[in-house]
Design a protein around this ligand. Sequence first.
Ligand SMILES: Cc1cc2nc3c(=O)[nH]c(=O)nc-3n(C[C@H](O)[C@H](O)[C@H](O)COP(=O)(O)OP(=O)(O)OC[C@H]3O[C@@H](n4cnc5c(N)ncnc54)[C@H](O)[C@@H]3O)c2cc1C
Length: 579
Amino acid sequence: MFTTPGVSFQFSRPFRTSIRSVTTKPSLGSGQFLRRPLPPPPYSTSSSSGIPGYLRYSPWSKDFPGSWRTRALLQSTVYAIGLVVAINYVDKLWFPKDRGYASPREVKVAIEKLKAAFPEETQVSTNPDELKLYGSSDNSYHPTSPHSVIVRPQSTDDVVKIVKIAVECRMPMVVYSGATSLEGHFSGISTGSICIDMSGMDKILEINEADSDLVCQSGAKWEDINQTLHEKGLPLFFPLDPGPGATIGGMIGTGCSGTNAVRYGTAKAEWFLNLTVVLPNGEVIKTRRRARKSAAGFDTTKLFIGAEGTLGIVTEATLRLAPLLPTKVAMAQFPNVEKAVSAVQDVLNSPYGNQIQCVELLDDKMMSAINQAGLVSRPYPVSDTLFFKIQGDDPAIKLASESISAIVKKHGSSRYEFASTEKEAEELWMNRKYALMSTMGAFSGMRCWTTDVCVPVSRLPQLVYETKKDLEETGLISTIVGHVGDGNFHAFLLFKDQDDQELAKVSDAVHRLVRRSLALDGTCTGEHGVGIGKKEFLVEELGEGTVELMKSIKKTIDPLDLMNPGKLYPDDEKKSSTH
Ligand SMILES: Cc1cc2nc3c(=O)[nH]c(=O)nc-3n(C[C@H](O)[C@H](O)[C@H](O)COP(=O)(O)OP(=O)(O)OC[C@H]3O[C@@H](n4cnc5c(N)ncnc54)[C@H](O)[C@@H]3O)c2cc1C
């Protein structure tokens, strides 16, 4: 009998053979096999005392109870398993088969090639802190990895050089622009990735005032463009206004919009006339010319809007500009958020609806956060509030305002007022744009998950009502803001840093919000895009056929899947049911 902890074995009959009975001398008698000498046991054969039972009866032990054949078979099996494990390890380390991307050795080769192609020290970085910073975002809680290298191109030709090296070394490429996107869009790739930082390509190349258009590099920021037009005294502006710091390339990548979408539409309207794009094979194309209209074939510009850097790298863009009109800002307070939201459609459908540039909702908690964050010169009433930006000359604004005032009153508004000065109007608007920062400022030490959904405008009151109720029941701290004129709203959900349980609660609440929106014929994202965070909802929202079409386009343009892999397109195994 021998024992292992908790188990005892009793052999019921004597073994027919023992190590001593096995002859090691070769003999070729009839019916006998050639017996090979066995390897010596890995420890002294003189005494087996003190050797644990499992070693004592191992196939290398002199006390092994089986025949020589069993011994040889067991030994060979163990050697074979060891060999397979070792081969797998080396194979994974040096030749990762994951979509055929560069092995660690090839990543090093790619970095050397990039350094040789861009000898200026500031153009290529492998600083570990930077690699981590550029591969992750404080605003995203999706899986991430640091990049392997950051490269800073200055021109389209530079981008072509980078793409060619990436293809040669099979290195994934991730374009990084304003880094304000919210769904893990520019996360690094675990096997290694080249981060292409477009901050050096931020120039305005031409302003064509007579045609109301402008050509710029894709790293230009929308705020800088508008500031330049203002400084030059040109009565024009670019109306897409996503997060502060966003760039033209990123805005094209995410298919953004913003507060002005009520009046001017989104990135998918015709604000981008022509794009210069470096394709995944290094070829440079222009999608159109500068003409305001074109019916020459289908719209290849649109192919890259919302493609999240997965189909090509936009290096230059021709933007259509809008005339700058005088505006005034008004706000209306409501007893609850449903009443506020229900007033919106009436205002937009009124004869003055086309003078409304923006309608934004900030719920009572958001108003309180703005006051608490201390970024305002006077505290605002803490109630669910609609902000309106109204366009026109003074008499036109007066008429529109009277109409809005009457409509909001009908929907239960207790107070309606204009910003008394330009400065106050600007401050009000900045507070809306910086709502996320105000929320973070009011609850310092906490982290914030931002999400957006969009439904047909008439369904918005139901969505907002159910969501507020749900969030209250979860006990999470949250604020709500929305571009409600488009049926689009954002929830900012707060949780304690390092509190995984609360983070899981937030993630569940976001999932419920998205499903609620889909059930109301809405979308999982009105403007922030898919990235990593929303790709699991795409099949449910669009249907398998549409998603397969998107994937086919991706495979045709980028057969090696090198441009921003892992974003936008749902993973094959995660397909959910079609709608
Ligand atoms: C406070 C705050 C408020 C926000 N408000 C809004 C809002 O009102 N509306 C809205 O739509 N969004 C909003 N956002 C989200 C964000 O501003 C937008 O998604 C914006 O369009 C991202 O631009 P970016 O330059 O920061 O892009 P990045 O974050 O750098 O990149 C976004 C995606 O585009 C790709 N990309 C970047 N550059 C290029 C290029 N040159 N060619 C091809 N692909 C490229 C990237 O690889 C990535 O997939 C907000 C964000 C914050 C933090």
